[in-house]
Design a binder for this molecule. Structure first.
Ligand code: SF4
Ligand code: SF4
Length: 304
């Protein structure tokens, strides 16, 4: 299974619609989208346009402190207008006038790392999970995903309880090792799945979140390593690789003996179709659509 990650923070309905359309046409059925009603509608519309009869949607939320729920903001008083952030944003979320387009920002943090003055920082943008998650499940979303790599265990318990109450087909737990060691990650998963039925939980093994800007084995190495740690824990879960994933992931995972259920690809999936789907007349340009779908097919084929 290949899941295309449109971005938990990607609230730009038009970009989500184009991504879902292109990858649905290329043969993908799973899409990870922001937990918003308008984004879900845009994704469904795209699946319908692509004549995909069985789209599967996953929505992602995060606990406080997890990078997946952050957005960029600029402190104007220390910004020297060097343009580093604008030039390096992989999601075109910064205008040339150095203003962040909040809806397009996926919280990757590239702009903050490239900023020479500290003017660009990240802030947490939380959603009302109690209101939005039940709506999502009632409207056909099959997977509710929680990014759990933050310190706030009270927020973790609160959001995890709501996900379980919603009773989605699958609950997904996204983990990485940026701030936690192997033992802490496994203990956190064990506690969370203690009362769940076997194999109704997906563990999304994140290598380095939102790092998949290159199509190399090195980029995807940490995702495979994380998956191996989960696999070695012998938990009754499905394993999905993510974070730095690309067209090399399936091959490397198989070489390493990883029994994976799927691969979630975000940054790389968005990057290879970006030149075509950013076209202003995308919906009228059959050549742009064809090129985008052909690029998408290379990723879909590599992930089987
Ligand atoms: S570089 Fe990343 S964090 Fe910064 S504006 Fe672009 S998407 Fe958002
Ligand atoms: S990189 Fe920092 S200083 Fe340069 S334009 Fe962006 S916010 Fe301003």
């Amino acid at each position: 299974m290949l899941k295309i990650v449109c971005g938990a923070g990607n609230e730009d309905c038009e970009s989500v619609k184009r991504l879902v359309y292109v990858y649905a046409k290329a043969g993908c059925e799973y899409f990870d989208i922001s937990a918003r009603k308008d984004v879900l509608e845009a994704a469904k519309e795209a699946a319908q346009l692509a004549k995909l009869s069985t789209p599967h949607f996953c929505v992602s939320v995060g606990i406080k402190g997890d990078p997946h729920i952050t957005k960029a903001k600029i402190k104007d008083s220390v910004c020297i207008k060097c343009g580093n952030c604008y030039r390096n944003c992989p999601n075109d979320a910064i205008y040339p006038s150095i203003i962040v387009n909040d809806k397009r920002c996926v919280g990757c943090g590239t702009c903050a790392r490239k900023c020479p003055t500290g003017a660009m920082t990240m802030y947490e943008k939380d959603v009302n999970v109690k209101e939005i998650l039940p709506y999502m499940v009632q409207n056909g979303v099959e997977i509710l995903e929680l990014h759990v790599m933050g310190q706030d265990t009270k927020d973790l318990d609160y959001k995890w309880n709501i996900i379980n109450e919603c009773n989605p087909k699958y609950a997904s737990i996204c983990v990485d090792r940026e701030y936690f060691g192997n033992r802490d990650v496994i203990n956190r998963i064990r506690n969370m799945i203690a009362h769940r039925k076997p194999y109704t939980t997906i563990i999304q093994a994140d290598g380095i979140p939102m790092s998949g800007s290159e199509d190399t084995y090195k980029t995807t190495l940490q995702a495979v390593a994380m998956a191996e740690i989960i696999q070695n824990a012998n938990l009754p879960v499905h394993i999905v690789l993510s974070g730095g994933t690309n067209s090399k992931t399936a091959e490397l995972a198989k070489m390493c003996g990883i029994n994976f259920w799927g691969i979630a690809v975000g940054s790389w999936a968005r990057k290879i179709v970006k030149p075509y789907i950013n076209s202003e007349d995308f919906w009228d340009c059959l050549e742009c659509q064809h090129q985008a779908i052909e690029a998408a097919k290379t990723l879909v084929k590599s992930s089987v």
